[in-house]
Design a protein around this ligand. Structure first.
Ligand code: KG4
Ligand code: ZN
Length: 338
């Protein structure tokens, strides 16, 4: 079969990224321009500022993308772009950019769901087989997804309140860490001991999660200690927090894997970069002989390679978009037959 090259475009939040992926799994080149240093000073992403930087950066990285590779822009078979979920203004920049490229190059346009992109990031570094369960853990999502077959997504559980990445960032803020605190809290937890007692959230039989109570428990603990004139040990609190998060994610995921009788677990989204989560899930899947598909660190957080990878499977199904494609900040994953 002829090789298929997909150009991926990602701009849903604060990373502007372009990538070329061959046959859905072979990454030719990816450029990611992060705006973290700009948004740090505000303690979070400012949507209007993020959109403006996407406009400024996207054409610059297009030039960089084709430097030092043996592929011409005319070799590209299709343009795949994130059109949701995400920040409206940010998504619009990527969508309009992709439409222009598609029109000029006379190549098809493929609208990709950002979460499907995270799930298919695993395909860049491992082999996805079906049926599978995907645990999606990012700044905006915490979902358990059942994939009966390729590109058929059934959400079987979700967070009832905060996403796990959001909880990491909020707890990090309580501990005085910079935005985004998730990676810093992860590092801190490796230096501590699990000796603060925190409640395991939504410890029930459902596939759902809840993280806002855990965040409040950390906040109350810090306040109580302060009132008593005690310092909290940040390393130990980070370690205890991370262990509770892992316990919750692991128990719900194990239940889904057993109930649905699947043999492949995909872990996806920015929080899958977490050291503790990677270790515990690697141990569990090794023991239970489950095929763990987890992206390499650079494919965990937002990047366009994952969008190009997901776009490839849509290309194979002739799932193309026309120029009415628009940003959809609340786009949901779908089961194929819907
Ligand atoms: O997937 P992502 O790049 O953006 C969204 O689509 O949301 O995820 C970003 C989230 C942030 O909340 C960030 O703090 C969290 O992923 N994150 C981590 C780690 N690396 C990134 N959380 C915990 N441990 C990490 N090592
Ligand atoms: Zn993401």
């Amino acid at each position: 079969m002829k090789d298929i090259y997909i150009l991926g475009v990602e701009s849903s939040c604060d990373e502007t990224s372009l990538s070329i992926v061959k046959n859905g799994c072979e990454e030719i080149k990816t450029v990611v321009l992060s705006q973290i240093d700009i948004h740090k000073q505000y303690g979070g992403v400012v949507p209007e500022i993020a959109s403006r930087y996407h406009v400024q950066n996207i054409t610059l990285i297009l030039e960089e993308l084709f430097l030092d590779i043996n592929i011409n822009i005319s070799d590209i078979n299709a343009i795949a772009v994130t059109y949701g979920p995400g920040l409206n203004g940010c998504l619009l920049v990527g969508v309009e950019f992709a439409k222009v490229l598609s029109y000029i190059l006379e190549k098809p346009l493929i609208g990709v769901n950002h979460i499907a992109g995270h799930i298919y990031a695993g395909g860049l570094d491992g082999k996805i087989t079906y049926p599978a369960i995907a645990l999606v853990i990012s700044g905006g999502h915490t979902d358990l997804v059942y994939l009966k077959k390729a590109f058929s997504f059934e959400i079987i559980g979700s967070t009832l309140d905060d996403a796990v990445g959001e909880c990491y960032d909020k707890v990090a803020k309580i501990l005085g860490l910079e935005y985004p605190g998730g990676p810093l809290l992860d590092k801190l937890s490796l230096l501590g001991e699990d000796n603060y007692k925190l409640p395991i959230p939504l410890n029930d039989d459902s596939y759902n999660f809840s993280f806002s109570g855990l965040k409040s428990a950390v906040l109350n603990l810090v306040h109580n200690q302060k009132q008593r004139g005690n310092d909290v040990n940040k390393e130990n609190l980070a370690c205890s927090f991370q262990n509770v998060v892992i316990t919750s994610l692991l128990s719900k995921t194990k239940k889904a894997i057993n109930d649905f009788g699947v043999n492949t677990l995909i872990i996806a989204g920015g929080v899958s970069a977490n050291t503790g989560i990677r270790k515990v899930f690697t141990d569990y899947t090794k023991n239970d002989k489950i095929n763990l598909v987890i992206p390499k660190i650079n494919h965990c957080t937002d990047n366009a390679a994952m969008i190009a990878s997901a776009g490839y499977y849509q290309y194979l199904k002739n799932d193309f978009s026309d120029y009415t494609l628009n940003a959809n900040p609340n786009l949901k994953l779908k089961k194929e037959d819907e």
